[in-house]
Design a protein around this ligand. Structure first.
Ligand SMILES: [Zn+2]
Length: 332
């Protein structure tokens, strides 16, 4: 949608599984999200209705509202497909943007997937390096990846409007850890990347490895203190993430940098990147890539982390444009 004349006031909203953050003219407030996490007994369609009410009541009568939504979303059409933290395993096909426009027609609404918003913010921060292509990998309650082609300033998606739902790919595990392939995933599957590497996944791996002391606070503090058990746990949960990064570069060598962020990375900090680089350097073989190249490629976004509110605003301003993959390759 092309920008119209009057785009003020601007309201920026971040919908996560736990909180909804609303930034109205620089004043930021936070309310509990109407989510499956906060309301496990409320049916998913009713939770979506509550979210719509919350978004509409936060909107002014005119101006622009940009939303970063923690759900699998078709960023071309604004159709929402589903979200484990918000709505559990319920799969839907709901025109959220259309409903918002009908409820508050004087407002220019923009709704984007939160990983796309994180990508837009990260891409802006590395644009001065003129990379051909950048990625953003989020490791939090789930795992997601989005890649932008900065030559065309596009994010290419498939027919369903999706790209980079990597959390539900099978985790690549060494033979001695094959038993971790039985660990469940929020999607109902098992042995997925998110079964092992996401926030809930790390807790599952800790239990499987017999780390009885595990909590997120213990993990951070123990890593800082050089605790061996914590180091082994971090090495285990980052291994399949490193394999994902290697796959990205083998198939897409034009990728210049990948920013790695999200709640898990922000909590663990610099040790997370060190663990990834150790796996990537240890691979061996002529196709492994040089250590210097991995140092350049893998960026840690722990502090201050990505700003999805800014990312949503950048996408509304078309700093990146989400487009169907086949539309990009069509040439005269
Ligand atoms: Zn899964």
């Amino acid at each position: 949608m092309e920008p119209r004349g009057d785009l003020t006031p601007l309201v920026r909203i971040d919908v996560g599984g736990t909180w909804v953050r609303i930034d109205s003219d620089g004043a930021l407030r936070r309310t509990p999200a109407p989510s499956r996490i906060n309301h496990p007994d409320v049916p998913a369609p009713a939770l979506v209705d509550r979210l719509l009410d919350q978004l509409v009541s936060a909107a002014p009568d005119t101006g622009r509202v940009v939303v970063s939504l923690g759900a699998a979303t078709d960023d071309v059409t604004g159709t929402v497909r589903g979200s484990g933290p918000l709505w559990g395993d319920w799969r839907m096909d709901r025109d959220l943007v259309g409903e918002l426009r009908r409820a508050r027609p004087g407002v220019e609404w923009h709704v984007f997937n939160d990983v796309t918003c994180g990508l837009a913010d990260f891409a802006e921060s590395v644009a001065h390096e003129s990379p051909a292509s950048v990625g953003y990998l989020t490791i939090s309650s789930g795992i997601g990846l989005k890649i932008a082609d900065l030559g065309t300033r596009t994010v290419k998606v498939d027919d369903d409007g999706l790209q980079g739902e990597v959390g539900h790919l099978p985790a690549v595990l060494p033979l001695e850890q094959a038993h971790l392939g039985r660990l469940p995933c929020e999607c109902g599957g098992s042995g997925h990347l998110a079964s092992i590497g996401s926030g809930p996944g790390i807790a599952r791996v800790a239990a499987a490895l017999g780390v009885g002391r595990y909590s997120t606070d213990w993990f951070r503090d123990a890593l800082a203190a050089g605790d061996e058990e914590a180091g082994t746990l971090l090495a285990t949960v980052t291994r399949p993430v490193a394999e994902l990064l290697r796959t990205i570069w083998v198939t897409q060598p034009w990728m210049a940098v990948v920013g790695i962020g999200g709640g898990v990375v922000e909590g663990v900090g610099a040790a997370y990147r060190s663990a990834l680089l150790t796996h990537l350097r240890d691979a061996g073989g002529y196709a492994a890539g040089s250590p210097d190249a991995w140092e350049r490629r893998v960026r840690l976004l722990d502090r201050p982390g990505v700003d999805v509110l800014r990312g949503a605003q950048l996408l509304a301003e078309r700093s990146l444009v989400v487009t169907r993959a086949q539309e990009v390759v069509s040439t005269p």
